[in-house]
Design a protein around this ligand. Structure first.
Ligand code: MN
Length: 428
């Protein structure tokens, strides 16, 4: 295995930071995490405000250029680093932020509070590919769309994906208009046109590509993780009524490309090293073809991340009520393919990936009904509305709804780390 998957001194559970808030129990950003993001300071009349690269630590951000750790403000340049450079940078950040470090005095001035900045998309996303690795999602949704054939015959052989659209990807806090489009009820003779009535979310992980590959040169599965910079939370908003009418034969189009929302912090593959899980196929399931198989992938290809969905309606917000959790699941139980398999498959024909490309995991629903990563599943295609604590009901999203995804990793012998949150709001 390459060094980015190794547990080292930066994961030591005893490690504490001189940034006090990073030592709080349950904090998403302890010193063992160190996720990367791009932020803007509040504008000041005397100064131009440019984006800067930082690492989250507790409730604050370390400005990496001000700490003299990097000399770029371009995340796409930074994430194209070699695994050795990445590991060295992580170690330098960890040592400097650790309790007792002689960097404390110098770095104090490079700290900025997270609530005093505006987060941007972490990097420029050149291309976005959305996969379909959630087998429980694929099966449940497949039953709704095609009762006779829920899973297509290729599902267990090919990591299914489609080319998405990068221009409409926004950072957490995104507000977007309810999409309009063509829809057709099964019993209607002709389609109609209007606002989507079945607007949904999809709980996904977003894998951010670091180093790219040259056109024509595939990335072997054993090398795949050295091309992955890290993981974000991704909400792939979906208009189910538009999707149902348009998706055959070429897949989703306008049902998906009106908005997708990404969390601001990229949790690196290095940070995730203590939270890996074996990739296994149950007896009787097809084994992956050789280009999708490898010892490291079998041993620890999966990611053990707890994923949650939270909803706050406009009424809840007006009444001062907090968001309510709709579901909780785990990425390792949901995904039929690993991130390394997605990279190997994407490039096996010679397709070139570039720094900042985004690969969506597909909706990560667990095997149980309350682990579903979309309303389509939670409400059984809109037939079973869910009741909220204040008496409101939902089949699909309504105007003013704010939907948030959260993720975190917890394991005995390791300090809990979080992926933070991605939220977005539907406006009419
Ligand atoms: Mn999706």
């Amino acid at each position: 295995m390459t060094s980015i998957q190794s547990v080292d001194s930066t994961h030591d559970p005893k490690l504490r930071s001189w940034v006090d808030s990073a030592n709080d129990t349950g904090c998403d950003f302890p010193i063992q995490n160190l996720p990367f993001g791009t932020f803007l300071r509040q504008p000041r009349p005397d100064r131009r405000v440019l984006p800067a690269i930082g690492v989250a630590i507790g409730d604050s951000i370390l400005d990496l250029r001000m700490a003299r750790l990097i000399d770029t403000d371009d995340m796409n340049e930074l994430i194209a680093a070699t695994p050795e450079e990445r590991v060295a940078l992580r170690r330098a950040i960890s040592e400097g932020l650790a309790e007792g470090s002689d960097k404390q005095a110098a770095w104090q001035g490079a700290l900025v509070r997270q609530d005093a900045v505006t987060m941007q998309l972490p990097c420029r996303i050149g291309d976005y590919t959305d996969f379909y690795t959630g087998i429980h999602h694929a099966t449940t949704v497949g039953k709704l769309f095609r009762p006779d054939q829920p899973l297509m015959p290729n599902y267990k052989w090919v990591p299914i994906g489609y080319h998405g659209r990068a221009s409409s990807i926004g950072v957490s806090g995104q507000r977007f208009k309810r999409p309009q489009g063509q829809t057709k009820a099964p019993d209607a003779a002709e389609p109609g046109f209007g606002p989507s009535k079945r607007l949904d979310y999809e709980l996904e992980l977003g894998f951010v590509i670091g180093r790219g590959n040259v056109l024509g040169e595939p990335i072997a599965i054993g090398e795949a993780e050295s091309h992955l910079f890290g993981v974000t939370l991704l909400n792939d908003w979906s208009a189910r009524d538009i999707q149902a009418w348009e998706y055959q034969p070429l897949g989703p189009f306008l049902a998906k490309n009106f908005a997708s929302t990404l969390s601001p912090w990229i949790v690196t593959m290095e940070a995730l090293a203590p939270f890996r899980a074996a990739f296994e196929r149950a007896a009787g399931e097809p084994q992956p073809l050789p280009y999708l198989d490898g010892a490291a992938n079998r041993e620890a290809g999966a990611l053990d991340i707890t994923l949650e969905v939270w909803l706050q309606t406009e009424k809840m917000r007006a009444d001062g009520q907090p968001a309510v959790r709709l579901s909780r699941g785990n990425s390792a139980q949901a995904a039929y393919w690993t991130a390394a398999q997605l990279v190997a498959h994407h490039t096996v024909n010679g397709c070139n990936l570039q720094p900042g490309d985004l690969l969506g995991s597909g909706t990560l629903s667990g095997p149980k009904p309350d682990e579903a990563g979309s309303l389509l599943e939670l409400t059984l295609g809109g037939k079973n509305p869910i009741s909220l604590p204040n008496g409101e009901r939902r089949t699909f999203l309504e105007d003013g709804d704010t939907l948030s995804l959260r993720g975190f990793c917890e394991r005995a012998g390791a300090v809990r780390i979080g992926l933070g949150e991605v939220s977005g709001t539907v406006v009419g």
